[in-house]
Design a protein around this ligand. Structure first.
Ligand SMILES: Nc1ncnc2c1ncn2[C@@H]1O[C@H](COP(=O)(O)OP(=O)(O)OP(=O)(O)O)[C@@H](O)[C@H]1O
Length: 657
């Protein structure tokens, strides 16, 4: 059938089903509702044969950078799923929480066919733009689905079959969607059952991998109802802190353990205390636990926190003690890592953000370039009630003045020469229901400030060349490295806009002033080492020098430096030789000259051959009068590892002999 005729028939069929004149395509109420929304709310054309919107390379790179740990945690699962479905001509796509394709696996020789069908990197699959399709429907309903051929709303996609499943972050919020799509497949929808099942299983695997990555610093319970599966395939993952507060639980654990959707303490869940669990973790045994709520038995392996090292944690200033007495609900959200920061300013900002988020109060983030303003803005969005709605970022400083207006406000059909025939929705309208993040707001031209003020005051946006304003309901977070108060006093920034945007003003400290700088260095290094795919350790003298550096480019510079070092290092230990020449020349000299540091280099496990390990541990313990914390710090290992090694070598303290 000619393409145009087929698309007209499809459009007729969709309209007929929505108006109740002909039966719906399937008995799925989710598909029918999605068709209705696509038609009525988003006013999309079912006869349209235009492919999906595809992001430019720069915008895609930014999103991939932001999602780097998610991408890292999912890469292998994507390849494994593709290996299973490639023979049947499927490609595999991973999107972020807004439906942007950020990774995919595709057979090289079929690349052209998939690309022609719109299945490629950077393609955007929101329901408001593409109508009913696998990814969009999962984004809306947060449940797996198969959207088969003419189940799709737009004629452009009626040859595709797509099975998609949601992926949730440890805090329970959506982080992405996994999808397997074929360009051609049998007409029978049942043929998709197995692919649908494989996609669901792979989504759960990615979710658990990401969960373990994000909670590496916690104690971890790997559980299963059957003892034999505890090692092979644990189903329940529960992360808890040193004091026994549950920090996060995976989906299966939340489904099976009553009450895990709120703040909980390990001692309330099981008839064994968190102290007993930690002891089990030290000897790496399997524990039998009884659930207090139901009496059901569970078998679990307990793992100590990973990758904690001592002295590198506090080279600058003394960290304020953090209270972990009881993890509040929001500690488990995207703001959790900020709330738990040992830097009082970072934790204070997170507490304020947590309170004002979702209260229709604009937030203004101040801070130097690379200080993490956008990352923090995302965390605010993801920890609030609008977390499953769009987070739309606009960099007002990166766009030429002539483009910001249409980019932000959109334009009506034929608004100007070169405009798209159907017009375009602006970023403000795209953020409807979610959060609009305006980066470098200080660079916004004065004329546009006036228009923005109107949007904020009236909750309406008027597209360029349009006549009918569109109502929008959104949270606004702005960021700048400039002094907006001074700019508004000097008349270069509208003072009425400044007052409207600064509902809550949060100043993010530069990296050099942060008390948690050592921990950040460790975390960023661990992430980059993992991305490099090799076991790498950071030289402790270098860690101390990095912590004493001024970092004019803040966290962005730190991440690039660690990425570079991990890439060029061809040994197991990353040291100063692996830094870029520019950074190496600017770093302060060795700072490891304090008595504690001298002890550190004398005992460091990374510096001496492994054969001497028992002697070194015994010597460190003796030198530190058997204080485990001090000895572990001197050895550069965690306390849990020290205990394991003491047990391994049968070292006994003199007062116990
Ligand atoms: N809390 C964090 N932990 C680890 N890395 C971070 C953190 N915050 C930011 N980064 C790293 O720094 C990079 C820059 O962060 P971000 O874009 O949020 O900074 P920014 O202040 O918005 O910068 P700019 O002012 O230039 O727009 C991120 O891509 C990420 O790699």
């Amino acid at each position: 059938m000619p393409y145009a005729l087929a698309s007209t028939r499809h459009a007729e069929r969709v309209r007929g089903a929505i108006e109740g004149r002909i039966p719906a395509p399937s008995d799925s109420s989710r598909l029918v509702s999605s068709w209705q929304r696509s038609f009525e709310r988003y006013q999309l054309d079912p006869g349209s044969v235009i492919g999906p919107r595809v992001l430019g390379a720069g915008e895609l790179r930014e999103i991939r950078d932001r999602e780097e740990s998610f991408l890292r945690a999912s890469g292998q699962c994507l390849s494994r799923l593709h290996d299973m479905v490639r023979e049947a001509d499927y490609c595999v796509m991973l999107t972020d929480a807004h439906g942007v394709t950020i990774d995919y696996r595709i057979d090289r020789e079929r690349r052209h066919d998939f690309k022609h069908a719109g299945l490629h990197m950077g393609s955007c699959w929101s329901e408001s733009e593409e109508g009913t399709c696998g990814i969009a429907t999962v984004l809306t309903d947060l449940a797996p689905i198969t959207v088969h051929k003419t189940d799709h709303f737009r004629a452009a996609f009626t040859t595709l079959t797509c099975s998609a499943a949601p992926i949730f972050a440890p805090g329970g919020e959506l982080i992405g969607v996994l999808d397997a799509s074929a360009v051609q497949s049998p007409d029978n929808r049942e043929s998709q059952r197995i692919v649908n099942q494989l996609v669901r299983q792979s989504a759960t695997l990615i979710e658990d991998g990401y969960f373990l990555h994000r909670t590496a610093a916690c104690w971890m319970l790997f559980g299963h109802q059957n003892r034999n599966y505890v090692e092979a395939q644990p189903e329940w993952l529960i992360a808890f802190d040193e004091s026994g507060n549950v920090v996060a639980a995976n989906r299966r654990a939340r489904e099976c353990v009553p009450g895990l959707d709120g703040p909980r303490h390990i001692d309330e869940l099981f008839d064994s205390s968190h102290v007993q669990l930690r002891d089990v973790g030290r000897i790496e045994a399997i524990a039998a636990l009884r659930l207090r709520a139901t009496g059901a038995m569970l078998y679990a392996r307990i793992r100590a926190p990973l990758g904690r090292s001592g002295p590198a944690s506090a080279p600058r200033g003394t960290a304020a003690p953090v209270s972990h007495a009881y993890a509040p609900e929001t500690d488990r959200s995207a703001l959790g890592p900020f709330l738990r920061s040992t830097d009082a300013r970072v934790a204070g900002n997170a507490r304020v953000a947590q309170r004002v988020a979702g209260k229709r109060l604009p937030i203004l983030l101040l801070g130097e370039t690379g200080a993490g303003k956008e990352v923090f803005a995302r965390a605010i969005h993801e920890s609030g009630a609008r977390r499953n709605r769009p987070f739309v970022a606009v960099n007002c400083g990166a766009l030429p003045e002539s483009l910001i207006e249409s980019e932000l406000f959109g334009y009506a059909p034929g608004a100007f020469t070169g405009a798209r025939r159907h017009g375009a929705r602006g970023k403000i309208a795209m953020a409807d229901g979610g959060t609009l993040f305006l980066d470098e707001i200080g660079d916004m031209p004065l004329a546009l400030q006036t228009r923005l003020l109107r949007v904020l005051a009236e909750g309406e946006v008027l597209p360029l060349g349009g006549e009918t304003p569109v109502r929008v309901n959104l949270d606004v977070i702005c960021a700048t490295h400039r002094d907006l108060a001074q700019m508004s006093a000097a008349g270069t920034f509208r003072d009425d806009l400044y007052y409207r945007l600064s509902g809550a003003v949060l100043a993010l400290p530069p990296l050099r002033e942060r008390h948690d700088i050592a921990m950040l260095i460790e975390t960023v290094f661990a992430e980059e080492a993992q991305a490099a795919g090799r076991p790498l350790a950071l030289d402790r003298a270098l860690a101390a020098r990095l912590a004493a550096f001024d970092w004019p480019g803040n966290l962005r510079q730190l991440r690039n430096a660690m990425r570079y070092a991990c890439a060029v290092c061809d040994a197991a230990l990353v040291d100063a030789r692996h830094l870029s020449a520019d950074l190496a020349a600017r770093l302060p000299e060795d700072t490891l000259d304090s008595p504690a540091s001298a002890a550190l280099s004398a005992f460091s496990l990374t510096a001496l051959p492994p054969a001497d390990e028992r002697e070194r541990i015994a010597a460190a313990l003796t030198a530190h009068r058997w204080h485990p914390n001090d000895a572990a710090r001197a050895l550069g290992i965690s306390r849990a590892t020290l205990y394991r090694r003491i047990a391994k070598y049968g070292i006994v303290a003199p007062h116990r002999r």
